[in-house]
Design a protein around this ligand. Structure first.
Ligand code: BES
Ligand code: ZN
Length: 880
């Protein structure tokens, strides 16, 4: 049931709230048949409001029943308020007053997982962005900040643990076997940070002493069967707390910090004040059930949500257009953290890959929007790669331009100046300007202009004058609703290499320093930089460390790329050269006759990589990953998915055949003995072994098959077991595939997180994941429609990673996805809307694909009672 027509919200319409809430007193009566919420709001008119006569309007969404309304202790009659479903209006209220509302909810029936709901027997909440209005009528916007006091009442036996934000200040018995706990949060917060949990959970305790010597109680709450999967998250939390003190001077502020794991959760995790709630898959880990990638993801998510305590909670967003203020900044903080505790180069490679593959695609398609959008229909659709990842890159560029010390000064000023406030991205930039004395006026365009800037770079060497000239032009492409864009302020990292592989000093005219790396600042449409005293034609190393989220066009020769791959002192750019070389080779094969050979220089380059034990093995493992199909599609014009995939497979097959002996040697050399360790080196060794296996099995190598079977059977950790499983599943050894899939399920069917991996390995495999198989996975006993992780593991993995099958030429993959989206739209529109994304860029594909993708979108568009979430994505994608 839709309560209102899809409507567009504009940043330009922002007005300060007409009323403020000083205090919220909540009482939750949790029962099996429903829950009653008593809410008493202490309110007053906002002196900053432009409308001093405004009626009181509170937001609501799908509240089952409003039982009563009291104003200053007097019950209002039906004619004194207007219950419009998504709004409660009281025309006549004094300057200040107390309003008490009693609402009845049915959390058991809540499949949208927004507001208050039940997940495997426990009650929990998700209020960001607009879920609090599903709990009670409230001015549900982030610039209304209030102190909350929350009393939770429930059956003692079924729900021994009752949690909310802040400190527990009271507890006791209620007749009928019930009990209560009262929580008080001293920090004013927006309603989106409210949380409640009630369940039969085990408590894991630890503690942390802050830099000023305060002792903090750390607690994790999980279902009893998960009590052995908490150590990693707890250790990560303590590392993150220390890191934020050291790197940003930020200390934790409450006496307790709690983490709860829940199985049914739309997102990864949520930073509710003092009570972070996590998707089980993003917090629970033990080495036998979680892969290295899962351990790393958990560490970064725990850190991310913890870091929000300052970047998001103490200083929050004025409105949802400012979302990147907290998310972009916090992603930047967690990426710095991950770089510090792991391998910085590997982390940068992962971030740049995500940007170039997925964010660049978003930025050049129908859903493109600025880091600070101007409008939206459904805010849940705006938790995008642009807000998160590009937003993080924008903060990183500020740090690059200011340097680490002034950036820290800027962040200190930002936190100090705005503590307890709801602010804008502009306030953030202003703090950086004020602390550094730098003018970031032009830089602000990064927040305002959508689209990925394109750099076209040409160079010339003048042997007579010993001058090397680098000319860089920039342009920002048109995006929906935005044309004729202005140049942006781009930090551009650069180095020059001589033929001996050594770095050449970078002397710009009138400068005789000896630096061999510089960050050039691009501000105009075109710049020419003249480097003096260059005694030979250099090879340029461009956009070092991915210093800005831009596309680079430079006419590299394969010889130059091979040279950079071996000699660039910047690890990131060595990887990048390797990628560009592989891309060049693969794309040249896409339209070439079948007998065209694979450039032997590529094979030799990879042989050197595989055989060199001196190189950082984690970096080698990354370099061996061929550019993904998704990235090759992004780079191509009108993409012919099947042709791109065939060309990529050709190169992969050729590499596997030619390097066979080197791969076996690499596999043996990287075998680990001794206990499982989570160091960057050990992770690199395991990654390399798994890549070697994957390649050998790609070529259906018999020794590879035996090695994989052995690794599968003997592994004592999930990285090795699932690496072997994945390699076998993607091989042509059909019998082995079915056998290990069966054994794996038998072994792990009681562990939901492992079963999710099992689903996703099959669904993302072109060999195991043909459409009938995907349909049968939906019928599997372990598949649950109400659990977003299962939906993502099957449907999301199929449409997002199994590109060959999803883009089947008969359009069956698209029709399948449309069918599942329509089904999910009724139960969980947020999840349904996210699944539309693989269809949205239909214009990017060759005519053979495009038509059926569009038709699939039209089927979704025509569904009855389409949610606002899916409506927005489908309509934007079809428009224009
Ligand atoms: N605040 C978000 C969670 C959220 C997002 C709630 C959208 C409601 C709607 C949280 O801080 C977050 O960003 N989580 C990420 C993981 C993070 C490591 C980037 C997520 O859930 O994917
Ligand atoms: Zn976040």
């Amino acid at each position: 049931m839709r309560t209102s027509q899809p409507r567009t919200i504009y940043l330009s319409e922002y007005r300060p709230p007409a009323f403020l809430v000083d205090h919220v007193d909540l009482r939750f009566e949790l029962f099996e048949e429903g829950s009653r919420v008593h809410s008493t709001l202490t309110m007053r008119r906002n002196p900053e409001s432009t409308d001093s006569q405004a009626a009181l309007e509170l937001d609501g969404d799908r509240l089952t029943f409003l039982e009563r309304v009291d104003l200053d202790g007097r019950q209002l009659t039906g004619s004194e308020f207007e219950d419009q479903g998504d709004r409660l209006v009281i025309a006549d209220v004094p300057e200040q007053f107390q309003l008490t509302l009693v609402t009845w909810l049915e959390p058991q029936k809540n499949t949208r997982l927004e507001g208050l709901y039940k997940s495997s027997g426990m009650f929990c909440t998700q209020c960001e962005a607009e879920g609090f209005r599903c709990i009670t009528y409230f001015p549900d916007r982030p610039d209304v900040m209030a102190r909350f006091r929350t009393r939770v009442e429930a059956d003692r036996a079924a729900y021994p643990v009752l949690l909310s934000n802040g400190n527990d200040v009271d507890r006791g018995e209620i007749e009928g076997g019930r009990h209560f706990v009262t929580w008080e949060d001293p920090f004013p917060k927006p309603s989106y940070l409210f949380a409640l949990v009630a369940g039969d959970l085990v408590e894991k305790k630890d503690s942390f002493t802050t830099m000023s010597g305060r002792d903090i109680d750390l607690r994790m709450y999980v279902e009893p069967r998960n009590s052995n999967k908490c150590d990693h998250a707890m250790a990560s939390l303590k590392r993150a707390m220390r890191w934020d003190e050291e790197m940003y001077g930020r200390e934790y502020d409450l006496d307790i910090f709690m983490i709860v794991a829940v199985d049914d959760f739309n997102m990864g995790a949520m930073e509710n004040k003092g009570l972070n709630i996590f998707n089980s898959s993003c917090v629970l880990a033990s080495s036998d059930t979680a892969t290295d990638a899962a351990f790393e993801r958990i560490e970064s998510i725990v850190a991310h949500e913890y870091f929000h305590n300052w970047s998001g909670n103490r200083v929050t967003c004025r409105d949802w257009f400012q979302l990147s203020l907290k998310e972009g900044f916090t992603v930047f903080r967690d990426s710095q953290y991950s770089a510090d505790v792991g391998s910085a180069t590997v982390k940068r490679i992962e971030d740049a890959t995500l940007m170039r593959t997925a964010q660049f695609a978003e930025d050049s398609g129908p859903m493109a929007h600025p880091v600070r959008p101007d409008s939206y229909m459904e805010i849940s659709n705006f938790y995008t790669l642009t807000i998160y990842e590009k937003g993080s890159e924008v903060v990183r560029m500020i740090r690059t331009l200011l340097g680490p010390d002034l950036f820290r000064k800027g962040s200190d000023l930002y936190f100090d100046r705005h503590d307890g406030q709801a602010v804008t991205t502009d306030d953030f930039v202003r703090a950086m300007e004020d602390a550094s004395g730098r003018d970031l006026g032009q830089f602000r365009r990064w927040y305002e202009q959508a689209g990925t800037p394109q750099l076209t770079i040409r160079d010339e060497y003048d042997a007579g004058d010993q001058v090397y000239r680098l000319t860089i032009r920039q342009s920002v492409p048109d995006t929906p609703g935005q044309t004729n864009k202005k140049p942006q302020h781009i930090p551009f990292g650069v180095g020059l290499l001589g033929s001996d592989g050594r770095s050449i000093p970078l002397r710009l005219s009138g400068d005789d320093s000896n630096v061999t790396e510089r960050v050039l600042e691009l501000t105009g449409e075109s710049h020419t930089f003249e480097f003096q005293g260059v005694t030979e034609q250099p090879v340029p190393s461009l956009l070092r460390g991915f210093s800005a989220p831009v596309k680079v066009d430079y006419p590299w020769s394969r010889e130059q790329l091979l040279f950079l791959m071996n000699h660039d002192p910047d690890g990131f750019n060595r990887w990048d050269a390797c990628q560009r070389l592989a891309i060049d080779v693969i794309t040249s094969l896409v339209d070439a006759p079948a007998e065209t050979p694979v450039d032997p220089r590529l094979l030799t380059a990879y042989r050197i990589l595989v055989s060199d034990p001196e190189q950082d093995q984690a970096l080698v493992a990354k370099m061996l990953h061929l550019p993904s199909e998704a990235y090759l599609i992004e780079l191509s014009g009108e993409a012919d998915v099947q042709a791109i995939s065939r060309a990529r497979e050709r190169v992969l097959g050729e590499l596997a055949l030619t390097l066979r002996d080197d791969l076996v040697a690499c596999y043996n050399r990287n075998q680990q003995s001794g206990p499982y360790e989570l160091t960057p080196d050990a992770i690199g060794n395991r990654a390399l072994c798994n890549t070697a296996l994957a390649w050998l099995l790609q070529a259906n190598d018999e020794e590879g098959r035996l090695l994989a079977r052995k690794q599968f059977a003997e592994a004592d950790n999930m990285t090795e077991q699932s690496g072997a499983l994945r390699a076998l599943v993607n091989s042509g050894f059909e019998q082995d595939r079915e056998q290990v899939l069966g054994e794996f399920y038998q072994q792990w069917h009681e562990d939901p997180q492992v079963v999710e991996q099992w689903f996703s390995i099959q669904a993302s495999s072109p060999k195991a994941g043909e459409l009938p198989k995907i349909r049968s996975l939906l019928e599997h006993e372990a598949f649950q429609w109400k659990n977003p992780n299962k939906v993502r593991a099957v449907i999301g993995a199929f449409a997002g990673q199994n590109l060959v099958r999803f883009h089947a030429e008969d359009g069956s993959g698209y029709r399948f996805l449309a069918e599942q989206i329509c089904r999910l739209d009724d139960s969980n529109p947020q999840i349904a809307a996210r699944l539309v994304s693989p269809l949205t860029r239909w214009r990017k594909f060759a005519p053979a694909y495009r038509g059926s993708m569009k038709a699939a979108l039209e089927t979704i568009r025509d569904k009855k009672d389409l949610s606002r979430d899916v409506h927005e994505v489908v309509h934007k994608s079809l428009a224009g």
